[in-house]
Design a protein around this ligand. Structure first.
Ligand SMILES: C[S@@+](CC[C@H](N)C(=O)[O-])C[C@H]1O[C@@H](n2cnc3c(N)ncnc32)[C@H](O)[C@@H]1O
Length: 298
């Protein structure tokens, strides 16, 4: 992710610890959507963090910390020390400027590194008990969370992760031409062509608008649990008859909280015969963590 600071609009003020979530207080003038919408962190990550007693999260690792909002919240609510880890050079520059204004030197360390290349000797201020992160791509797993968890667990096997679980409910449903996806047409024909195009050319498409799971048929769940690193990465189902859509609702959960993430889908053409399909989050190197739809040859 690249942040374009030169195009930013907020240019005033110095950050204050009590008010770090206000973008106007970042002297870098970041106009990052992430900062402007801190509500997203209030759905799972912040409440999960606060649910953990402070002595069990004295040392926190903010993995892919970006602006540092999660680590700052940890300190604000009682954690003693945060490792802020980020690989984006521009973001590291921001962190190096902003964090000293918000925190005391004994409260944090900035580590500019890829999360999969961490060295144990960098963690000289205590073993992280809790690892927080917000590595959710548009298809949930595409920012590499599964490998990041594996790499961090190798160093810190007892660390608790927030979020705890990454999941996708897979639904099978009729094509709904009233969905406001682009390009839209009164007849719905170009919408259908759009689904077909994306399905064949890109392998998946994004569906925006309203979603009513209670009206859909759920065919399975894809789920990755950080605690034991078990990844149920595929769901098989049968299809026959008219064209249908596979709807995939992504979400994360942690410590009793849940937050929906992106929704996307695949188009299934009509078929006289019964076909077994498989939706899977790829573990192959060339398509790593991409969702794929394949026909299962029986
Ligand atoms: C969705 S943003 C997180 C934003 C952050 N929670 C905040 O509130 O600003 C993900 C961040 O993780 C960083 N990131 C992604 N993969 C990484 C990796 N493998 N190693 C280090 N940083 C990574 C990105 O550069 C980006 O800043």
């Amino acid at each position: 992710m690249t942040y374009h600071l030169e195009n930013s609009i907020f240019m005033t003020g110095e950050p204050k610890i009590k008010d770090w979530h206000n973008p106007f207080n970042y002297s870098e003038g970041m106009s990052l959507g992430m900062i402007n919408w801190d509500g997203r962190l209030s759905q799972v990550i912040f409440p999960a963090l606060e649910k953990i007693p402070v002595e069990k999260r004295a040392v926190v690792l903010d993995a892919g910390c970006g602006t540092g909002m999660i680590g700052l919240k940890a300190i604000e609510t009682g954690s003693k020390f945060v490792y802020f880890i980020e690989h984006d050079a521009q973001m590291i520059k921001v962190l190096k400027n902003v964090l000293p204004k918000l925190l005391k030197p004994h409260q944090y360390k900035i580590i500019g590194s890829d999360l999969e290349k961490l060295k144990p000797e960098w963690f000289d201020n205590g073993i992280p008990q809790v690892v927080t992160s917000e590595l959710f791509g548009p298809t949930l797993f595409d920012e590499g969370y599964v490998s990041v968890v594996a790499a961090i667990k190798k160093l810190f096997p007892r660390a608790v992760f927030i979020p705890e679980t990454f999941a996708q409910d897979i639904f099978l449903t009729d094509v709904d031409y009233s969905y406001p996806i682009w390009p839209q047409s009164a007849e719905g024909q170009s919408t259908l062509e759009h689904y077909k195009f994306l399905h064949h050319s890109k392998g998946w498409n994004t569906i925006e608008g309203n979603f009513y799971p209670e009206e859909k048929t759920k065919v399975g769940v894809i789920k990755f649990k950080t605690a034991n690193q078990v990844f149920k990465n595929a769901v098989e189902f049968k299809h026959q008859g008219k064209e249908q859509l596979v709807y995939i609702q992504s979400y994360v959960t942690s410590h009793g909280y849940k937050s929906n993430q992106a929704l996307f889908g695949f188009y299934l053409p009509k078929s006289a015969q019964e076909i077994t399909y498989k939706v899977e989050i790829s573990l192959a190197t060339e398509t790593l963590y991409r969702p794929l739809l394949t026909k299962v040859e029986l």
